[in-house]
Design a binder for this molecule. Sequence first.
Ligand code: HEC
Length: 146
Amino acid sequence: MKKIILAGFAATVFAGAALAGAHGSMSDKRVAAMKEMGGAMKAISDVAKGNAAPSADTVAAAKKLNMLAQNSLELFPEGSMEYRAKASIWSDWAGFKAANDRLIAASADLVTATETMDAGKIGAALGATGKTCGGCHDDYRGPKPS
Ligand code: HEC
């Protein structure tokens, strides 16, 4: 069992390294981390919609989301304005950090909600979490470059 978990972990690490190696930009790392957040949100949303039963995996997805949020700011070093990252991230770092703090707090509440295994509570907490994603994107993420 332990071996399987370790193999899974190594696969994740190597997949991440391959992704970063492809372009190596901070933006690639950010997009990869944000996509992982999106994946966790999707897994939890399947439960909220009743398409999957609440389980330990749901709790794990919420914890992963919270962990990624806690590490998010490190992926935005000063001057790494690439792809969709707006200059306002660094000119208004306090506001950007506050937006990320809202996600950290909402995803912590989401962990608590998933632990109840109650789809209704999970759905409410998921909605609140999603608003913090959109709130930050509205202010600090630009349009997709064409
Ligand atoms: C503190 C601000 C902030 C929060 C909170 C945030 N994001 Fe982002 N997100 C960004 C920025 C800025 C980018 C663009 C990064 C870049 O282009 O380098 C981005 C990019 C993305 C992308 C990459 C795809 C693309 O084309 O932009 C996805 C997917 C994404 N976010 C999903 C999420 C989800 C899901 C959440 C909530 C669980 C979330 N984000 C929360 C700021 C945030």
